[in-house]
Every structure is written in C-alpha cells, then in structure tokens.
Design a protein around this ligand. Structure first.
Ligand code: ZN
Length: 85
C-alpha cells in the first residue's frame, strides 16, 4: 500500500493558501509537486518525487546533474511500492 501524500499535500497547501487572504491576491485553482515523476517497475506504475544532485567535476566549469528518486515518501516514510518477492 502506498501513501496519499503526493496527491493530498498539494490539496492541503492549496486550501491553506486560499484561506489566507493576506498572502494570496488571487485564488489558487490547482497545486501539484513540480518534481513528480512516474516510475515503472515490474509492470507497476508509481508516482515518486525526484531530486537533482549537482556534480562538480574536476576541470569542468559547469555542474553535471544526476537525478535520484525517493524510495520512501519523504513526508510519512511509507515505501513507494510493495516488494514482490
Ligand atoms: Zn507519504
């Protein structure tokens, strides 16, 4: 079983923003995670968060970027998918 954080948290943030008139001039109509990706493993599609890591290599001026995805939800700690052994 996976958690609902990635779909529920944006809804909570949107509701919070819409309750705070001093912070928000216009109503928020939609909210979602910017770094959400779909992961396919063993035929199972799962929504996961990703994070970019900057790599500074010797002799290169610009950083290279590599991307990781979170195996466990960073908000509640539940694993993204069941292990099928
Ligand atoms: Zn969660």
């Amino acid at each position: 079983m996976t958690c609902k954080c990635l779909t529920e948290l944006p809804k909570q943030i949107m509701a919070h923003c819409n309750d705070q008139e001093q912070y928000q001039a216009k109503p928020v109509l939609e909210a979602s995670f910017k770094d959400l990706v779909f992961s396919l493993k063993d035929g199972e599609m799962t929504m996961v968060l990703k994070s970019d890591i900057k790599l500074k290599e010797k002799g290169l001026k610009n950083h290279k970027i590599t991307t990781i995805t979170f195996t466990y939800c960073p908000f509640c700690g539940v694993k993204n998918r069941e292990d099928h052994d």
